[in-house]
Design a protein around this ligand. Sequence first.
Ligand SMILES: [Ca+2]
Ligand SMILES: [Ca+2]
Length: 496
Amino acid sequence: MSYRKILVSVTKLVAVSLFSICGIGSLNGSSEKPRIIVTTDITNEPDDQESLVRLLTYSNEYDIEGLIGSTGIWKLMDPATEVIHDCIDAYAKVHDNLLLHSPDYPTAEYLRSITITGNRGYGMSAIGHRGMSSEGHRGSPGANLIIEAVDKDDSRPVWLLAWGGTNTIAQAIWTVRRTRSPEELEEFLGRIRVYDLAGQDDSGAWMANRFPDLFYIRNVLIYKGMSFKFSAKDTWDETRGGDESVVTRDWVSKNIQKKHGPLGKVYPDALHIWEGDTPTYFYLMPNGLNDPEKPWQGSWGGMFGREKQKNVNIVAQEYAGAPCSRGGCWVNEEPYLDYWMYADAEDKWEYGEGIYDNTWCSIFRWRTDFQNDFAARMDWCVKSYADANHNPVAVVNGDESKKVLYLEAKVGEAVTIDSSGSLDPDGDSMSYNWWVYERAGTYTGKVEVTEPNASSVCVRVPHDAVGKTIHVILTLRDSGTPQLTSYRRVVITGVR
Ligand SMILES: [Ca+2]
Ligand SMILES: [Ca+2]
């Protein structure tokens, strides 16, 4: 078959998939945005506040349905919801300018309306009737908000992103289990997805143990790839790599904190790490890189295993038996063993002279891109459209959405993938880089990509790739300042 014929058949496949998507809802507007609710132990250390500032600059990309103050092993008692409000106050001052760059930024009034406090007190010990309102078995306004969001008539799942402990999420499930039928509970669980940062109380283990079908990702240690540690004593050397020039104090001061308006001013300096909680929403970033329903694909939010893993909690293991005081805390998950969650996977990345083969590189391999992206968003807080940069739009085989494209192709033949319709809203020139993300696919051999820097490429599907997947990524970069990126992923399955 000629390349042209294959291109036609590939285009047909894409058209079929688009058609079926159009059948269930509009591709435009907010309906395709990820729905997220954040629970945060903000003020336990500065990094939650950093993650929140960045999230606010991306609030046009998500339907943020809750910002919930929570506890956690490093913030045992009272959620600091008022600090979320402080950040929204700063956002309010730059909101008009952000609207110059996207009409989708929510109002500060809306964000205040979904900012609320979760369960007070640590982990499972604070779940149940405590703090119950007159409405019934409800442990906190935050848990209430989660239940109401999940109950909305909306076919999209609700992503629950835990930046501290998870007990407000567990409370919502606990309440639903107490007040609804088993069938209704199952439906409720099917509508939620949890991405938990490091397992910062015992309630994640309870959820995963009691409800093994729950979609649950735990970022056990990958988050350390966001930046290396800053305290003088311990630099987490084993987690270092990639471009460290964009996570220095100078870089953050120049690109985020200073001369970028009121929101930049509330971005605090790191104590241990910059933005350890940010991978939770990076995982859902609509930048064309991944399908969040498939944790093993790899994205700004890290790479996770294809199968759930057993009893994954470094906080539980490292500090076993330690009281919560200096030197660390013990998250005692023993009552809820065994449990299984999607968890860290090893990625592989060549950079400069080095080859990294570890879990942390699944985040730091993207660091230049995501830091540049944040710097541009901070420019949006203060600059006009003409003076700021905006991401290129990667169009693949005529498809302008950011969805992963899934194709079947005969082994031994070549597939043409065409992104010549891509554009940059600022009129910048663009560079194309096509590459095979080996760890994301199940085919383990080498795959040939002809002219990887052209707008259109041929991927030859090897003879032994029957039933295997090959993940082809387009990294599309503009020539603006800071340099911005968009991606597309085409997953090719080999067939006879
Ligand atoms: Ca946190
Ligand atoms: Ca641009």
